[in-house]
Design a protein around this ligand. Structure first.
Ligand code: 5GP
Length: 193
């Protein structure tokens, strides 16, 4: 998605440790008009996949998933990171290792919100090593739900998550794939798609 690539070039900041900061428009302050166009693009890609639910992970995925859901007209479920006292009833739980924080944590989804027979689109802001998506896939597997695929805003193509998931047969659609980035020059190079 050219607009997203241009916005990354304009406002993204490359940090040491392979971290791309896009918090001025994507995952802290959010440009909702851009998120809406991102949602429309996910819909264009997955409109024939019979998606009836969008699954994401808190916190950064939620806004993106909600704008996408406006195009699909389906509910959003987000996997919760904290075990809240409000999470009652049976739960699906998966372990995720955070790329940005480096720690392992559990994500949970109430079983009543994800069922056998659901066809799920997974949405997230970034795909790096694939740990977050693997956690969501694990939860879908526990639920017996079908996975239509993943819609990712920014894939870091120099990390193995995207290649591993595609090799495992998961459809992964990334709107911008970063081929390389340099924290000294700030240069970001995108894969031609
Ligand atoms: P993965 O689980 O694929 O290794 O990493 C994806 C998760 O880590 C995403 O949910 C995202 O929040 C976070 N993440 C990974 N790489 C980056 C990055 O370069 N910048 C930001 N802002 N978040 C990232």
């Amino acid at each position: 998605m050219k607009e997203l690539e241009q916005r990354i070039q304009q406002d993204g900041i490359v940090r040491a440790g392979n971290v791309l900061k896009v918090d001025s428009f994507l995952n802290h302050q959010m440009d909702v008009e851009l998120l809406d166009r991102i949602g429309a693009e996910f819909y264009r890609l997955y409109k024939d996949a019979n998606v009836n639910k969008i699954l994401t992970i808190e916190a950064s995925g939620i806004g993106i998933a909600c704008l996408a859901a406006r195009h699909f007209h389906v509910p959003v479920v987000f996997a919760k990171k904290a075990k809240s006292k409000n999470l009652d009833g049976a739960l699906y739980t998966a372990q995720v290792k955070s790329f940005t924080y480096g720690k392992e944590y559990d994500v949970t989804v109430a079983q009543k919100f994800l069922n056998e027979g659901d066809t799920v689109l997974l949405i997230d802001d970034f795909l790096a090593d694939g740990k977050a998506l693997n956690g969501l896939l694990d939860i879908c597997h526990q639920a017996g739900a079908n996975v239509a695929g993943a819609g990712i805003c920014i894939e870091k193509g120099f990390q193995p998550g995207g290649a591993n998931l595609r090799k495992a047969g998961v459809r992964v659609e990334s709107l911008a794939i970063v081929e390389s980035m340099d924290d000294t020059t700030g240069e970001v190079v995108f894969r031609q798609q």
